[in-house]
Design a protein around this ligand. Structure first.
Ligand code: NI
Length: 485
């Protein structure tokens, strides 16, 4: 008889996530036999956007999240550029990349040290390390002390990455310089030099400390290279345009299907959102986000999440750094908890080193933005990547105003509930089979969850609740964007 364990809310993530796991003993091994992921919070960003000027989209969508705002800004401006068929000047493309690179670097460092590391090491007997579960903390002695010291050092590194991005973002989070047609920052030589100086501190930290600490964890938790695989399907929209065509990217677009040998192309028209187990009207199921409708229905029989279930040709795909590095041919060791950490750390270094090269491509005094006129009517989408995975915005403009705006975030892909075929979301599937030592402290479950780096503030974006819909007041938050709907 399986025991059902509910973890609510999950700590050390962005936003509010409930995970329900069923634990049973199968062939002598106590393990997770089923899992349900629930996004427990709803918000109203898509409603806010309707009827507004399309030029407001970069600023408003960035408020979806305090961790991934730059990615929302990027997705919004790419969508607007495409809506007007505009070519962004080279300098504008490079400066946008540099701000996003800074955000990736801070987010990856944040993820490993401040969100995930405490699943593997028991810190000193004081906050923020205690109270904590004690089960199966294998990093000990001098290695534990070093990791705890680097946890503290990583806070300063994150601050440096934020300051670095603010040089061309104006500030971080929520940079105001991302505009349709380019960016409003100017690449003054002293700012280029300052960005380079920050990279000269960050790159050695990533190379000698972050990567080394991932290896330390991997050396004592090698079983986690076999835990948390999930469906094994990987999807990347690609990010960091290397030329003005948008075709050449530092991390390419593509998808990988479990068991296949080749990276396949991505057809945006094959993306739909399912709602069988989400609190939305079943009549809105299977729509491409270009014609997406969000009609809440609460309560609803069988439903258990405010997240919809994005699927590609009806199949669940994992998104994130591992998907990007895999699709790009930079990582092929495996798909697991530790592979996600390793690929993320390697990607962090790749992005930082690429940013160093982009600084040399900036042409002083060349334009950073092209004149932009909002089209009277247009439909467009913009695909990019947040640190935690593929991000897409879809926009319809009518009479010069936003008629409809849809967002599919990386955590919607990863933490989605079951789909219309009853297939679990990627995180749910990754949890199944996870061995559990101590039911009272199922830290193994947290390790799998954290390896996906969920961002629930991004993932839930619901439209107007009906009068009878229940409104939750959520007072517990683990991140800067915690809010009351
Ligand atoms: Ni986010």
């Amino acid at each position: 008889m399986a025991t059902v364990k509910v973890l609510d809310p999950i700590s050390r993530i962005e936003g509010h996530l409930k995970i329900e796991v069923s634990i049973d003993t199968v062939r002598g091994l106590q393990q997770v036999v089923d899992a349900r992921a629930t996004g427990t919070l709803f918000r109203g960003f898509e409603t806010i956007l309707q009827g507004r000027s399309p030029l407001d989209a970069p600023d408003i969508t960035q408020r979806i999240c305090g961790v991934c705002p730059v990615s929302h800004g990027m997705a919004a401006v790419v969508t607007l550029d495409r809506a007007a068929g505009i070519a962004v000047p080279e300098n504008g493309r490079i400066l946008r990349n540099l701000v996003l690179a800074a955000n990736f670097i801070q987010s990856h460092i944040l993820h490993f040290y401040h969100l995930a590391a405490l699943d593997y090491v028991d810190g000193p007997n004081q906050a923020p390390w205690q109270p904590s579960w004690k089960t199966d903390k294998r990093v000990s002695g001098a290695a534990a002390n070093a990791l705890v010291g680097n946890y503290v050092a990583a806070l300063a590194m994150r601050r440096k990455a934020h300051e670095m991005g603010a040089l061309f973002g104006g500030r971080l989070p929520h940079p105001p310089t991302y505009r349709a047609g380019g960016i409003t920052a100017t690449p003054r030589p002293e700012r280029i030099d300052a960005y380079r100086a920050y990279l000269n501190e960050l790159i050695p930290f990533i190379q000698n400390v972050y990567l080394n600490d991932v290896n330390t964890v991997a050396s004592v938790y090698s079983d986690y290279f076999r835990i948390g695989k999930g469906h094994g399907n990987l999807l990347a929209y690609g990010v960091f345009d290397l030329d003005s065509t948008g075709e050449e990217k530092l991390l390419n677009r593509g998808r990988w299907v479990n068991g296949r040998r080749d990276v396949l192309r991505v057809d945006v028209g094959s993306i739909t959102e399912q709602v069988r187990y989400s609190w939305y009207d079943d009549r809105t199921a299977n729509l491409n986000p270009a014609s997406g409708v969000t009609t809440p229905q609460y309560p609803k029989r069988g439903a258990y999440s405010w997240l919809k279930s994005p699927r590609y040709q009806s199949i669940p795909y994992e998104v994130g750094p591992l998907a990007r590095m895999w699709v790009n041919g930079d990582y092929s060791n495996g798909i697991s908890v530790l592979d996600r950490h390793a690929a993320r750390a390697l990607e962090c270094l790749k992005v930082a080193e690429a940013a160093m090269g982009w600084l040399d491509e900036i042409v002083p005094d060349a334009p950073v933005i092209a004149p932009y006129e909002v089209p009277d009517s247009a439909s467009a989408y913009g695909l990019t990547e947040a640190a935690r995975g593929a991000l897409g915005h879809w926009l319809n403009i009518r009479n010069g105003r936003i008629e409809n705006y849809q967002v599919i975030t990386p955590t919607c892909w990863n933490a989605s509930p079951r789909d219309g075929n009853g297939r679990r979301g990627p995180l749910e599937q990754a949890l199944v089979g996870t061995p559990i030592k101590n039911q009272a402290e199922p830290i193994e479950v947290l390790r799998v969850i954290h390896s996906f780096d969920p961002c629930l503030s991004c993932a839930v974006h619901v439209m107007r609740p009906k009068k009878e819909a229940q409104v939750f007041t959520v007072a517990m938050g683990s991140g800067p964007a915690a809010c009351r709907p």
